[in-house]
Structures are given as structure tokens and as C-alpha cells.
Design a protein around this ligand. Structure first.
Ligand code: SAM
Length: 235
């Protein structure tokens, strides 16, 4: 997707991007392409793919929520998707980008400095460790392509305030949703919305699930990562 097509497609999402934001994204894309030559950050290697599969795809989250000034945690952000793109388009949000890979956090720190962003914080940690200490804090936890849904929910729901939303960007949702049913109930949360759509141009199937936190989470969650992996929460 060329930059011009990207801008046009954003209009259909109801997003009017400023020239300054266009420039920030362009700088982001070039820096990512350059950095990716020596440090493996993403499998996506062309400018047009970055516009479609990273930038546009990240912004499809606006199909679920209207971003304003929320405090957002992006778990397993990698090279900044979806959190960094949301931060650029919605400068009043407060975005926390978390990843356990230091190469990715180094890249993000350099990028934040380069783009002079003051609404983004990076966290170099494993989600299960960070969330144990940072509970009931975030309005939104967003994740793309990190782990199976039930695992992500146990890592994410404790970090949300009551009434906050988990947004999971998934390519294979149905199966994962089935095995996440009890996790959703045990963590006092509820499916709020679920959408399926296709990316423009190459028509890749995408789904986003939105889950609302209904009540505070018990201190025992998240469990240790190896326990989360082994023992599915059951009613
Ligand atoms: N969200 C990005 C995207 O869609 O382009 C990156 C996806 S990448 C496949 C998954 C990322 O999640 C990796 O950068 C990995 O280091 C991170 N990750 C996986 N499990 C994690 C955990 N428990 N805590 C923190 N980061 C984790």
C-alpha cells in the first residue's frame, strides 16, 4: 500500500491524519527498514508492506474504540505495533510499550528520541512480571500476534482497571476463543465485541476481540508463566 492509498484508506476508517503525523510515520518506516538490515525486528521488508501490514493494520483498532486520552499498555509490542502507531495518531494517549526482547526496546527508545514523542514509555520486562506489580492501572491493553488468547488474557486483565478493555488482534480467533471461555469468566471479564474484516489490497483476514473487565482481579493472577502454559483455567 502506497502512502497515498494509506491516507485514503484511513479516511474510510474515519481518521484524518495531519501532515505532521504523516511525516512521523514516514520517518518511522524508513528508520525501521534501515535498522532491520542489521537487527532482525520484523519480517516485513518493504515500505508498502509497512504501510499496510503495520501502520494500517494497527489503526484498525479504531474500529473498536475511539482513542482520546487513554492509558494504554501494548504487550509484546515488537517494533511498536500496534502501540507506537496509536501514540503517533493520538498524541493525548499515554502509551506503554512492553517487550522482553532488549533489541526491540533499544530500537523503540531510539525511535522515540528521533520522533520527539512525549507520550510513549518503553518497558523492558516480561509481561507476567510487569503485570504482577502494575495492577488495575490501564484503560486499554492491546496486543497483536503475541500468544494464544487465554494466555494473553491472564497477562492482560490484571493490568486493566475495572471497566477497561482488552483488545486482541488475532488471525485465528475462533479456536482460541473456545479454550479461553473459562479464563474470561474466572478473570471477571466479558466479551464485549468481536469483529472480522479484511485488510484492503491483499484481503488478509483479520479479527479483533474486545473484552471488558467487570471486576477487580484476584492477586493470584497472573500465575507463573510455566503454570499459565500448562494449566488452562477451568471453572
Ligand atoms: N506486536 C508486534 C507485532 O504485531 O508486530 C510483535 C509481535 S512478535 C511476533 C511477538 C513479540 O512479543 C516479541 O517481540 C516477543 O519478544 C514479545 N513477547 C512474547 N511473550 C512475551 C512476554 N511474556 N512478555 C513480554 N514480551 C513478550
Amino acid at each position: 500500500m502506497k502512502k497515498e492509498e494509506f491516507i485514503k484508506e484511513l479516511k474510510t476508517l474515519g481518521i484524518n491524519i495531519t501532515e505532521q503525523q504523516q511525516n512521523l510515520l514516514e520517518e518511522y518506516a524508513f528508520f525501521l527498514l534501515e535498522y532491520n538490515k542489521h537487527t532482525n525486528l520484523t519480517a516485513i521488508k518493504t515500505l508498502e508492506e509497512i504501510y499496510l501490514k503495520h501502520f494500517y493494520d494497527s489503526l484498525t483498532l479504531t474500529k473498536m474504540v475511539s482513542f482520546k486520552d487513554e492509558k494504554i499498555l501494548d504487550i509484546g509490542t515488537g517494533a511498536g505495533f500496534p502501540g507506537m502507531v496509536i501514540a503517533i495518531l493520538y498524541p493525548k494517549t499515554n502509551v506503554y510499550l512492553l517487550d522482553s526482547n532488549h533489541k526491540k526496546i533499544d530500537f523503540l527508545n531510539k525511535l522515540i528520541e528521533k520522533l520527539h514523542l512525549n507520550n510513549v514509555t518503553t518497558i523492558y520486562d516480561r509481561a507476567e512480571n510487569y503485570v504482577k506489580k502494575n495492577r488495575e492501572l490501564f484503560d486499554i491493553v492491546a496486543t497483536r500476534a503475541v500468544a494464544e488468547l487465554r494466555i494473553l488474557l491472564e497477562l492482560s486483565i490484571p493490568a486493566l482497571r475495572v471497566g477497561g478493555y482488552f483488545l486482541g488482534m488475532k488471525s485465528k480467533l475462533e479456536e482460541e476463543l473456545e479454550s479461553a471461555q473459562d479464563t474470561i469468566t474466572i478473570l471477571n471479564s466479558k466479551i464485549y465485541n468481536k469483529i472480522e474484516f479484511q485488510l484492503p489490497k491483499e484481503n488478509g483476514k483479520r479479527t479483533i476481540i474486545q473484552i471488558r473487565k467487570e471486576m477487580k482481579t484476584k492477586k493470584e493472577y497472573p500465575r507463573e508463566y510455566r503454570v499459565i502454559l500448562k494449566k488452562i483455567l477451568k471453572n
